[in-house]
Design a protein around this ligand. Sequence first.
Ligand code: PEP
Ligand code: MN
Length: 348
Amino acid sequence: MLVLMQSGATESEIAQVEERICELGFTPHTMPGKTATAIGITGNSGPLEPAMFAGLAGIARVIAVTQPFKLVSREVKQDDTVIDFGDASIGGAELALMAGPCSVESRDQIMQAAIAAKAAGAKFLRGGAFKPRTSPYAFQGLKEEGLKLLAEARDATGLRVVTEVKDTETLEMVADYADVLQVGARNMQNYSLLEALGNIRQPVLLKRGMSATIKEWLMCAEYVVARGNRQVILCERGLRTFETMTRNTMDVGAIPLVKHLSHLPVVADPSHGIGIAQHVTPLALGCVAAGADGLIIEMHPDPSRALSDGDQSLTPEGFSDLVQKVERVAAAVGRRVVKADDEWKGAS
Ligand code: PEP
Ligand code: MN
């Protein structure tokens, strides 16, 4: 259920509606929009009667929400959610570019990656410090040391740091260093983690589980938003299918569909989506054409020596080539790439 206020509704009229929702034993979620404020309602087990709001001023309409995901749905909020980072944003006209290695491996490696990412035009640096690996014997990440190196790279370049949080135990530590907290595909339905992320106010990049339906994915985003953290970015990273020639099957069609169903930004990860460096750029172009709000790309200064995901990692030159091609496709679909700083030459 959703109460849509009139465009001129006053703060006290909004407060009275919120109060009525609380009196009914439900939770109001007030969302100021471009033209009017909407108040989403959660906690009700069945449909609510518009009569429950009788006598209150400033209400335009009381609308039933048909989707099981409520607060993340377009029914509740028509305007796109734009996550603002000052001189960068995700979900607006600007296409967000995120790049960096799968894992942080050393100071040299992450610095070189950050400098290359920035020089090519990215505004976000990705890199895992806590790595959920299929094998317990594989490189698990540098953990807090990796987070410190990411923070150093941010200080040196001004890039925002996107890094994975693997569990609730390390959330506070990771949140101290990260600008965007990534939830990996394997953790999409880790409900304790999602609830904990809902209680903080840092943006969350929620990857789609490798066999999750779109509804399940959006319900996971709802977990975070329902707790009060509205800064959720969805990330399509490919699904496990019968196909073995590609690492995953990128669900490009999910991008326009999810953007239709939800107001949250959708970022594409073609690196995990296909798993083969050579094919990452064409797939990235397809994702941008399909309406992705950004790209997260694995890029390593020397992919052949990467400790994880080298096969799908672009070189710095490959990433720079990707950005140049992406700029043209972005322009064709009404988006633009705003380079981090055209004057910036990188550290020597
Ligand atoms: C990653 O981003 O390196 C990663 C592990 O991704 P995913 O969770 O999508 O597999
Ligand atoms: Mn990876």
